[in-house]
Design a binder for this molecule. Structure first.
Ligand SMILES: NC(=O)c1ccc[n+]([C@@H]2O[C@H](COP(=O)([O-])OP(=O)(O)OC[C@H]3O[C@@H](n4cnc5c(N)ncnc54)[C@H](O)[C@@H]3O)[C@@H](O)[C@H]2O)c1
Length: 312
């Protein structure tokens, strides 16, 4: 079993640690200071409580999972016994590269260094590394403890052993890893997500429908099917002649904007950033935020329970 160290205790860091500990691993999580670690520990306790309340495990197991995670603010302590380091620090290219340089001066070349980057190509991140053959991307999705997909992306110089060990670790964490055949910005999931988001913005900017109706057009239609069949299998089921004919007249009319849309840009300029600032496309009063987050979490837990049942 790999000895996993997670560098970064934020949104993704502590939820990935929860996922690892739930599968029996004993991850060490590095946070930059005491406040960072306290926030992560609090977030962990809340997530475990919701998972236990929704029947994924009992309170004893929740306690055992929590005890398998070690938090530290010492980088040296964090990586001391690591065989596999997952970097989960902010999405800043130079910050990540500087960290890899520091890590390479402290750990053996056999230790895998993986990044949870949302979209930087691994070859770009690994520029300047002494041992890029042990570097790889393992992109988890938010919330890291409830979404099964992890995208694994090799850089130009990643060696097979690193890929094999990464896939094995993710499977041992009960994740659903996919291995890309080539590196490209945004990988697969974010490219698909942002294609939909670009069109949603264009429709909103054009006044084609209200924001509520644009969202409803997804949640009450394709959103209902996509958890069962992806876009390619959906097309097979609908008939490829039909999907091809529609592609042939519709593609030329779809949004191809190179930047964020007008409404989104204005909201960001006004520091209306969504849930975290209380206003975005929607108003986010605390009780609304609580309700929507709870509903989403419960639905994601239900999907996980279905997966567990099917896997028997
Ligand atoms: N939040 C998401 O939805 C999401 C989803 C998938 C991938 N990611 C990626 O995961 C990574 C982390 O994102 P996040 O949302 O968890 O960020 P975050 O801001 O919530 O947490 C970042 C953590 O990194 C550490 N950190 C902060 N500054 C640091 C520094 N200067 N040096 C070393 N460590 C530092 C701290 O522990 C901090 O809590 C990013 O690469 C991001 O793109 C985020």
């Amino acid at each position: 079993m790999e000895k996993l160290t997670i560098l970064g205790a934020g949104t993704m860091g502590h939820s990935i640690a929860l996922s690892a500990a739930w599968s029996g691993h004993t991850p060490t999580v590095y946070g930059i200071n005491e406040q960072d670690v306290t926030n992560a520990d609090k977030g962990l306790a809340q997530k475990l409580a919701v998972m236990a309340d929704n029947g994924l495990f009992d309170n004893n197991e929740a306690q055992a999972i929590r005890e398998r995670i070690l938090f530290t603010t010492s980088l040296e302590e964090a990586i001391g016994e690591a065989t596999f380091i997952l970097e989960v620090v902010p999405e800043k290219l130079q910050l990540k590269r500087d960290l890899y340089k520091q890590l390479e001066s402290l750990v053996d070349p056999s230790v895998i260094i993986a990044s949870n980057t949302s979209g930087f190509k691994p070859s770009l991140l690994a520029e300047g590394m002494n041992h890029p053959e042990r570097f790889i991307v393992a992109h988890f999705w938010n919330p890291g403890h409830l979404i099964p997909l992890v995208e694994v992306v090799n850089g130009e110089r990643t060696q097979e052993e690193a890929t094999a060990r990464t896939m094995a670790l993710l499977k041992a964490m009960n994740k659903k890893p996919i291995l890309l055949n080539k590196e490209l910005p945004g990988f697969i999931g974010n490219r698909l997500q942002y294609a939909l988001f670009r069109e949603a913005q264009a429709l909103l900017d054009a006044g084609a429908a209200s924001k509520e109706d644009i969202d409803a057009a997804v949640t009450y239609s394709i959103g209902r099917r996509l958890p069962v069949t992806g876009p390619l299998m959906t097309a097979d089921m609908g008939g490829l002649d039909v999907f091809s004919a529609i592609s042939n007249y519709l593609f030329e009319d779809l949004a191809d904007d190179q930047r964020s849309g007008k409404i989104l840009s204005e909201l960001v300029d006004q520091h209306k950033l969504g849930d975290k600032t209380g206003q975005g496309f929607y108003e986010w009063a605390p009780y609304v935020s609580e309700e929507i987050n709870r509903k989403r979490e419960q639905t994601l837990i239900q999907f996980l329970k279905n997966d567990l049942e099917q896997e028997g």
